[in-house]
Design a protein around this ligand. Structure first.
Ligand code: NAD
Ligand code: MG
Length: 394
């Protein structure tokens, strides 16, 4: 029996994780849950899985959660805030940690799980984008196991002959390129002039995937693919020129690995995150994810095209950040969290997201980030600049 801690259990990935666990009560037990605003949902989850711990946002929520759990007859220890998240991510009873908090808020508990040598199921790409080599180093030093949940990286992981620990090793194994696919989101073919006026509802209406609001906007701006480019660079030790973005609107192929001899291996499946979630939970074994197999007779066509950097300026910002260094990736991620939230609040236009992101990277000072504390300080400083630019704009 494996104990799993689900950071961000009330989100899209968290809910899918609990669904996979539900199909395998003999193999997995939900040991801890965490929520941020959806108290009623976490109470429902607790009634179903009876976790040992739940983490909520603050003291005010603590009281509400406590009384609702009492009424429901659920006995669970309640912890609060970031400290609580770090506790549940590192408890000795916990075998695996699903890192499914959105944004920089996921960094501290996910990093703590790495330091505690856990098996980490990584959905929270922002934490790796923010801390890159520090995170990878901590995984290595503490014998943690880092398994990618992000469907593209999970696909690449499945298409690789073995785990990659250096670029030399990748080259020795005959790997030529990672082909990172992306659907292009809801605005792939929208006339450019109309992008100025698209709404949050339109941006969150992804053609293939049902996701949280932040990552949905990131998919619409293709910043999601930019963050994933940085994520792939760190996870698989690949330089920029060994990662290629391929637009594939149907999201059937989730990414590919191209080899020296001309072979290309692809992972395919339905657009349902329970597939990569089940994969990382059971790895190296396989379990039923609850998702139907892909039916090729139902597929009309698979198409591919290069990314349009004019339409999606965030892509270039992210790729350039890999070259510039960690300070640029961390700043870009922080700027993007501020600009996306402002767009969702209807304070700025869709096209302002990339403008703000670019300005923050321009204005922030380049510096060495050689500790998690320095990453967090740099993240705060970048948010500060993003908020200033936001005020200038609005
Ligand atoms: P979501 O918005 O649906 O859920 C986010 C979760 O994080 C919720 O449980 C929420 O309560 C919690 N949370 C939010 N802010 C928090 C804070 N400040 N402190 C603590 N908890 C907080 O998001 P999602 O779509 O499930 O995405 C989660 C992560 O997984 C993101 O990093 C995203 O990029 C990544 N991811 C998601 C998908 C997908 O299909 N949804 C695919 C690949 C990767
Ligand atoms: Mg993805």
């Amino acid at each position: 029996m494996q104990n799993i801690c689900v950071l961000g259990s009330t989100g899209s990935i968290g809910i899918s994780t609990l669904d996979v666990v539900k199909h395998h009560p003999d193999k997995y037990r939900v040991f801890a849950l965490s929520c941020f605003s959806q108290i009623d949902m976490v109470v429902e989850q607790a009634k179903a899985v009876h976790p040992q711990y739940i983490v909520c946002a603050d003291e005010a929520q603590y009281q509400t959660l406590k009384s609702k759990l009492n009424d429901a007859g659920v006995v669970t220890e309640i912890l609060v805030g970031e400290e609580g998240l770090i506790t549940i991510a590192t408890l000795p009873e916990v075998d695996m940690v699903m890192a499914a908090i959105v944004g920089a808020a996921g960094l501290a508990p996910t990093y703590a799980a790495a330091k505690a040598g856990k098996r980490i199921l990584l959905a929270n790409k922002e934490s790796l984008v923010m801390s890159g080599s520090l995170f990878m180093q901590s995984v290595k030093e503490n014998n943690a196991l880092l398994l990618p949940v992000d469907s593209e990286h999970n696909a690449i992981f499945q298409c690789l002959p073995q785990a990659i620990h250096s670029n030399e090793q990748a080259t020795q194994l005959g790997i030529k390129k990672l082909l990172l696919t992306g659907s292009g989101g809801p605005f792939l073919n929208t006339p450019l002039a109309e992008l100025e006026t698209v709404t949050p509802e339109q941006a969150c209406n992804h053609p293939n995937w049902d996701m949280g609001r932040k990552i949905s906007v990131d998919s619409a701006t293709m910043m999601n693919k930019g963050l994933e480019f940085i994520e792939a660079h760190w996870l698989f030790h690949m330089p920029k020129d060994m990662i290629q973005i391929v637009v594939h609107p149907q999201s059937v192929i989730h990414s590919m690995v191209q080899y020296q001899d001309g072979s290309v291996l692809a992972q395919m499946g339905r657009s349902d995150m329970r597939i990569p979630i089940a994969h990382v939970m059971a790895y190296p074994e396989r379990i039923d994810s609850g998702v139907e197999a892909l039916d090729f007779m139902q597929l009309n066509e698979l198409t591919f095209c290069p990314p349009d950097f004019q339409r999606f300026p965030n892509l270039e910002l992210a790729i350039n950040a890999v070259d510039a260094g960690q300070w640029a990736s961390t700043a870009l991620n922080a700027a993007n969290e501020i600009s996306v939230a402002a767009f969702l609040n209807r304070q700025i236009r869709f096209t302002d997201i990339a403008r703000i992101n670019a300005k923050v990277v321009e204005r922030i000072n380049a510096c060495d980030l050689n500790s998690i504390e320095s990453v967090i300080t740099h993240d705060i400083e970048s948010r500060h600049i993003a908020n200033q630019i936001l005020r200038e704009l609005t």
